[in-house]
Design a protein around this ligand. Structure first.
Ligand code: MRU
Length: 366
């Protein structure tokens, strides 16, 4: 997507510098800073500190981490150590483990002398694949938006609510939840997006930055406003992303997603999840019982970051001194609250049959 007229992916390989470049998302939406990732520790820090974030982007980053590992020392032992080292950076998004495992398995099948070159090629391929997956999610989601648009008066927008940032900067390009929005806007279908702020880290501000850069009308709302808007008939559909979806279609996503799904069901608002296939955890059935939920530093809740009047990015404390902050980063929406899963192969029911029907090849291997 474009930033100030230049097309960017959220990470890219610089051939001259022979290094990975990322957008350091800690400073968005206020500052657009690019960072080079040079060491394995840099890779781990980038994921833990959420310089890169969003399930697909974490996976793509990890693939380049494995490429660096293979360059430093292509032995099985070093690949295993790097797998362990990067796997523990964030526990919930399954794309991380998926990418690490895919790279390790492929590299171990090759002679050591060939591994470094093959690892970098694989990381490039996985990035390109992610772009294609997200583009296709957009095309499939576009049809849902198009059908709703057909029920509206000319010029009346389809009103979509989204939570967190499942946008192009959370993937390599396009985004998952935002891809149908970009495609609809580009197809001339009027849309308006209600953007949940998504405390504590306010990923909604990143979504607003993305949508604004693309000229898509949107409004930034408090996390608690969604139920009210749905009750008053102001939301036509919800589209969110996911960090891990179980084989029966339970959806783990940013904290607060579950409450939106409950409100959507109570108000007959369709609740869709944009799901790239690497985000399916075929080994897990019951999302509530089995998915590890990341708990982050309570300071992210007791403090808030923003830009002050002098243009400086600052953090301010919002609670009394010493108040403990509870920071569960994700929650699970059970499959019965999900209207449909928008994947790169089409839209399916959030059920074992639905997912296995679209992905028989993946369901069988797992
Ligand atoms: O903690 P984050 O910002 O990495 O969480 C991101 C989300 O929850 C996204 O909705 C999800 O990863 C899907 S991104 C296409």
């Amino acid at each position: 997507m474009k930033v100030n007229g230049t097309h960017y992916r959220s990470l890219w390989w610089d051939d001259d510098k022979k290094a990975l470049q990322i957008i350091d998302q800690r400073w968005l939406p206020h500052e657009f800073r690019i960072q080079q990732v040079d060491t394995l520790q840099d890779f781990a820090d980038a994921i833990v500190e959420m310089r890169v974030r969003g399930a697909p982007l974490i996976g793509a980053t990890a693939a380049y981490g494995m490429a660096l590992a293979a360059k430093i020392d292509p032995s099985d032992q070093h690949l295993d150590e790097t797998w362990e080292f990067l796997d523990k950076t964030r526990p919930t998004a399954i794309n991380l483990r998926w990418a690490l495992t895919r790279c390790r398995t492929r590299l171990k099948s090759l002679p050591e002398a060939e591994r470094a070159k093959a690892a970098l090629k694989l990381a490039h391929e996985m990035s390109d694949e992610d772009v294609e997956i997200c583009r296709n999610i957009g095309l499939n989601g576009l049809e849902i938006i198009r059908k709703i648009a057909a029920t509206k008066k000319p010029g009346e927008p389809v009103r979509i609510l989204t939570h967190c940032n499942a946008g192009w900067i959370a993937t390599v390009d396009w985004g998952t939840a935002t891809s149908p929005m970009y495609h609809a806007h580009d197809a001339g279908i009027p849309i308006h997006v209600w953007v949940d702020e998504t405390r504590p880290r306010n990923q909604g501000a990143l979504t607003s930055w993305e949508l604004g850069s693309h000229g898509i009308p949107h409004t930034y709302i408090t996390d608690n406003a969604g139920g009210h808007l749905m009750q008053h008939g102001q939301v036509d559909l919800v589209i969110v992303g996911t960090d891990r979806t179980t084989r029966r279609g339970d959806v783990c996503n940013k904290i607060g997603t579950y409450l939106k799904a409950l409100a959507a069901q109570a108000n007959n608002v369709p609740f869709y999840v944009a799901l790239p296939s690497p985000t399916i955890d075929w080994a897990v059935d019951d999302g509530v019982a089995e998915i590890p939920i990341e708990e982050r530093d309570g300071r992210e809740v007791t403090h808030i970051q923003g830009r002050n009047e002098d243009g400086k990015i600052v953090q301010v404390q919002v609670t009394p001194d010493g108040t403990p902050g509870g920071n569960m980063a994700f929650d699970v929406t059970p499959n019965h609250l999900v209207t449909g899963l928008i994947t790169e192969r089409g839209v399916c029911e959030a059920s074992r049959e639905g997912l296995a029907g679209l992905f028989p090849d993946l369901a069988e291997v797992a």
